[in-house]
Write a protein that binds this ligand. Structure first.
Ligand SMILES: CC(C)(COP(=O)(O)OP(=O)(O)OC[C@H]1O[C@@H](n2cnc3c(N)ncnc32)[C@H](O)[C@@H]1OP(=O)(O)O)[C@@H](O)C(=O)NCCC(=O)NCCS
Length: 184
């Protein structure tokens, strides 16, 4: 059991690519496995948590365009994983918050996620939405899915967090505190 004292949250570096790739592969039931080349090409979109030199968590993001209205783009939260021995220490919370803080500068309309962990994302202010409201995600990602034949019947739950609403900042910062995780 980790005490959390030595855990640091930070943007990923290229040297983290192999542990990120491995961590995602260890959660293939819950996450879309990403080829190493994909991890490397998108390393600037990953955040990690490191514990004594070991990567114990990661999260990433991608902008999804809204056709015809660039200012209405969404950000998708992707590849959120915390190693099994480090769970329920608010490390996942810190990872998602780090991603949301990173994309804030772009002022996306909303953050979205397709997930098997709705309870976790609910604590961050996300709420369930119909998949039909996420057609940009369906066309950008789900259409190439190798796990499920139909995005509308796939068991993942679609969730969204309004990033323009007045309650957003409060919802994100009011999520479970994570005092034991230091930012580098
Ligand atoms: C989902 C996941 C990222 C959560 O990481 P974590 O660090 O354990 O989560 P946190 O400690 O930040 O949890 C914050 C809150 O979310 C809720 N929560 C987290 N995991 C939960 C679970 N398995 N069941 C119910 N609620 C959960 C709890 O309310 C928790 O607060 P609490 O521990 O004070 O009660 C982690 O379980 C994981 O890596 N799962 C496998 C991969 C996955 O499903 N990723 C999400 C898909 S995008």
């Amino acid at each position: 059991m980790n005490t959390g004292d030595s855990i640091i949250a930070r943007p990923a570096a290229l040297a983290d690519a192999i542990p990120i790739y491995t961590l995602i592969r260890q959660h293939q039931d819950e996450l879309i496995v990403r080829p190493m080349s994909d991890v490397i090409m998108n390393i600037d979109r990953f955040h990690v948590c490191e514990d004594g030199g070991r990567i114990v968590a990661c999260a990433a993001w991608q902008i999804l365009p809204e056709v015809g209205d660039p200012s209405k783009a969404s950000v998708e939260i992707q590849s959120v994983a915390v190693c099994a021995s480090c769970r329920r220490q608010h490390i996942g919370t810190r990872m998602v918050r780090a991603v949301l803080a990173r994309v804030e500068a772009f002022a996306p309309t909303q953050a979205i996620v397709l997930t098997f962990a709705p309870e976790f994302f609910r604590t961050l202010g996300f709420h369930e939405v119909p998949k039909t409201s996420l057609m940009h995600k369906i066309y950008m990602g789900c259409i190439n899915c190798t796990k499920y034949s139909n995005p509308f019947t796939c068991p993942e739950i679609a969730m969204a967090l309004d990033l323009h609403g007045p309650r957003t900042r409060a919802a994100v910062s009011a999520a479970a505190p994570a005092p034991e995780v230091r930012e580098s």
